[in-house]
Ligand binder design. Structure first.
Ligand code: FES
Ligand SMILES: [Fe+2]
Length: 361
């Protein structure tokens, strides 16, 4: 967009962006790895779809659709046997690829297959790919792509807005000044890593600083700030002077009421020896302090916002670029989405429909 960018007219409503009934095909976090023991099976709802997750003897996490293809019993009631899952109702057994391998009252199992979902573990989390075969990697910090890393899980919380709205906060140039009291003279350079990943790196327009930043200038001068966004659902933040970059990942998953369930992950390069271990703990602690500070400042706005970018100005150009990036990705809409809505939400929607109908009369 050029320097004369101005858009006083409302922009066309995006199809994917901030739409609680769609999501982008990609990797989504499921649960912390440590919350699933060998031999354990758990029910989960992922993006409105009921699934079951279990861990077999080979320690692999397996995610399958929740209902048995025989008569629909919930497989979360079943039992893990070796690397297989046995339904609690008529004891049909399925292997980790979902293939039916045993029907107790038949000599041969039927050629049946239970739907399985590609599953992987990274950063202490279990991840699921929401399509047939993963076409892209699990989100990573671009700067750490070729480094061995250490990570710890930080806090987990719910934001009362769509993950896309949480995401744009990190490149919302105007709010850096108005909410975080940072200089306003920055802009972002964007680089698309793939169809599903985009990076924004901070640049400065001038060298004019306010008093605080004049003081911090020697450190701040080379302060680096870069964000990578993956599948419209997870993003990483890299921040800090050249001397020490801090890395944070915010893995998000939309809940069935359009809110965001957020898991924070702190990352750092692996260091060797005892002193390396100490430095690593210190850096991860510092990362936690940093993110708490920034989330606190934004939280109130994000909990109450009714996002609708009707009047973008030039300073919103990065937000527009991110919206376009999300719009170009493959959307999914799982059929079970509406069924997964809570009875409360359903009742409220019905009441609203009824009220609308009465008002129109
Ligand atoms: S419902 Fe699962 S075996 Fe019959
Ligand atoms: Fe912010």
């Amino acid at each position: 967009m050029d320097d004369n960018f101005q858009s006083p007219q409302p922009i066309r409503k995006p199809k994917n962006f901030n739409n609680p009934e769609r999501f982008i095909e990609g990797w989504y976090w499921v649960i912390p790895s440590k919350n699933l023991f060998v031999g354990e099976v758990k029910p989960m709802t992922i993006l409105g779809r009921k699934v079951v997750i279990y861990r077999g003897e080979d320690e692999q996490a397996v995610i399958v659709d929740a209902y048995c293809p025989h008569m629909g019993a919930d497989l979360a009631e079943g039992k893990v046997e070796g690397n297989d899952l046995r339904c609690a109702f008529h004891h049909w057994k399925f292997n980790h690829q979902g293939v039916c391998v045993e029907i107790p009252c038949l000599e041969e199992p039927l050629p049946l297959k239970l739907k399985t979902w590609p599953t992987a573990e990274k950063y202490g989390l279990i991840w699921v790919w929401t399509g047939e075969n993963p076409r892209q990697p699990i989100p990573f910090v671009p700067e750490l792509e070729f480094h061995e890393c250490e990570s710890i899980l930080g806090s987990r919380f719910v934001m009362n807005c769509h993950p896309h709205v949480v995401m744009i906060n990190s490149i919302d140039v105007q709010h850096f000044y108005s909410v975080h009291q940072l200089p306003l003279d920055i802009f972002f350079e964007k680089q698309e890593l793939s169809q599903n990943a985009i990076v924004f790196t901070k640049q400065r327009r001038s060298n004019q600083d306010n008093k605080l930043f004049k003081l911090l200038r020697p450190i701040y001068k080379n302060n680096f700030y870069s964000i990578s966004y993956w599948y419209g659902s997870t993003f990483t933040v890299t921040v800090g002077p050249d001397l020490l970059h801090l890395y944070i990942m915010l893995a998000m998953r939309m809940l069935d009421d359009g809110k965001s369930q957020i898991q924070t992950i702190f990352l750092t390069k692996k260091r060797s020896g005892f002193s390396g271990w100490l430095v690593t703990r210190f850096v991860l602690w510092l990362t936690n302090i940093f993110i708490q500070h920034f989330i606190k400042d934004d939280a109130e706005i994000l909990q109450t916002i009714n996002f609708d970018l009707k009047t973008p100005i030039k300073a919103d150009v990065s937000i527009m670029q991110l919206i376009n990036h999300v719009e170009r990705q493959k959307p999914l809409r799982w059929k079970t989405w509406l069924l997964a809505r809570s009875p409360d939400a359903e009742m409220k929607a019905n009441q609203e429909k009824w009220r609308d109908a009465m008002t129109n009369d």
